[in-house]
Design a protein around this ligand. Structure first.
Ligand code: AMP
Length: 399
């Protein structure tokens, strides 16, 4: 059934322009207040996903967009949101953006504040781990745009503080990630209560069964947009080191000592592992901090901000941080623990070399990782060359 749907989609509704030329925002004839916001953000030309999605979305279409983070997808859904809603009456919540994580919600809100500065539209980020009542007040005041992961939003719906009846523009961002995290039932509860007459945009790095099923149920005659490949951009130099679990700590310290490694996002499999590595690096004098599920929301935001501003050089993280976080200027991504899934590898590595900046990804591979290495090779479409631990250290610069 799902395959049939996909086939029909392919025959009927795939965007005619799978590799669009990027172009000037002028061609969109945006409302001057929206155009000002784009100028403020210093976006000069549209990225491919923007060139493809924005005109279709402004025309009112439902869209399924296969697109990774780092491609400009946030603006691809926020610019049409602003353009379509700017002249609507300001007494009701008109748009809902659903995200897998709090961090992504906060980040989208920040982009909205920038892009929407001249629009006069308001937004609220409804996330757990932050006080309930200011959010409630904002919801009751019918803020124009609500940005949230499903969890806390459902609480507000239960308490009757969130009125969905006027929502006409819905974005499901990183839908595959939301499904991976088990949000599908929550998402259904929310989607089924939204007005039928609405526009829905779904963004997902991978278009799997769940995505197709949900789009069949909740999107109206969607247009599929696929931009780029599902592997990291060519600009990412990928290196793999064979290393024993015991020697990982020495290897990472040698790597971080290298001056070419200006900033690194370091992925570790477990919260405990993140804490341990963060502590060890910190004690050894590295400028680092950590984000993982056991830290409070505020601690995570502070750590992320310090990293963004360059106050710390290294951020140790679980996969919570791997998708959707807009961390500019990461020179290196280090997979201290190799991810269990090729998609996660691609997402993690996509944290570097963003918006045309060159980056490098380093992955530690232990003797237990053979299976996942083969799956990553399959996803990348080429063999992975393993460097022996120590062969590249100190004697040879990393880049
Ligand atoms: P995103 O994929 O939405 O996380 O965006 C990735 C990065 O690209 C963010 O730092 C954006 O500010 C930046 N960006 C988005 N659109 C453009 C554009 N048209 N020109 C230059 N940078 C952009």
């Amino acid at each position: 059934m799902v395959e049939g749907f996909l086939r029909r989609e392919k025959e009927k509704k795939i965007s005619k322009n799978p590799d669009p030329a990027t172009g000037s925002f002028d061609a969109l004839q945006l409302d001057p207040r929206v155009r000002e916001g784009v100028l403020d953000m210093r976006y000069e030309t549209m990225t491919p996903v923007q060139a493809e999605v924005i005109p279709l979305a402004i025309a009112g279409n439902d869209i399924i967009a296969a697109s990774q983070t780092g491609t400009g997808k946030t603006a691809a859904f926020l610019i049409p949101l602003l353009q379509r809603l700017i002249d609507k009456e300001r007494t009701k919540t008109r748009a809902l953006v659903l995200t897998p994580t709090r961090e992504l919600a906060i980040q989208i809100d920040e982009t909205f504040v920038g892009l929407g500065y001249h629009s006069g539209m308001s937004s609220v980020c409804v996330v757990g781990g932050m006080p309930f009542y200011p959010q409630e007040e904002a919801l009751v005041a019918k803020t124009d745009v609500v940005i949230a992961p499903p969890g806390r939003l459902l609480d507000h719906m239960r308490f009757g503080t969130f009125d969905l009846s006027s929502i006409s523009y819905v974005v499901l961002d990183e839908a595959d990630r939301m499904f991976d995290m088990g949000f599908l039932p929550d998402l259904r509860r929310i989607l089924s209560q939204l007005p039928k007459k609405r526009q829905t945009l779904l963004f997902s790095a991978t278009i799997g069964r769940d995505v197709l099923r949900v789009s069949k149920e909740y999107l109206r005659d969607p247009i599929s947009v696929q931009i780029g490949r599902q592997v990291p951009v060519d600009a990412v130099e990928q290196r793999f080191f064979a290393v024993s679990q015991r020697n990982k700590i020495d290897l990472i310290m040698d790597i971080l000592d290298d001056r070419a490694v200006e900033s690194a996002l370091i992925f570790v499999a477990t919260k405990r592992g993140v804490q341990q590595l963060d502590r060890t690096l910190y004690k050894a004098g590295f400028s680092c901090d950590a984000i993982h599920g056991d830290r409070t929301q505020e601690e995570r935001v502070v750590a992320l901000e310090k990293f963004r501003r360059g106050e710390i050089d290294f951020l140790v993280a679980t996969d919570v941080a791997s998708r959707g976080l807009d961390i500019a200027n990461v020179s290196h991504v280090i997979n201290y623990d190799i991810p269990r899934d090729p998609d996660d590898y691609i997402h993690r590595v996509g944290r570097t070399a963003r918006a045309k900046k060159k980056g490098a990804a380093i992955t530690f591979v232990t003797s237990d990782d053979g299976d996942i290495v083969r799956r990553i090779e399959h996803a990348l479409g080429h063999k992975i060359e393993l460097q022996q631990e120590g062969s590249g250290r100190r004697r040879r610069p990393l880049r």
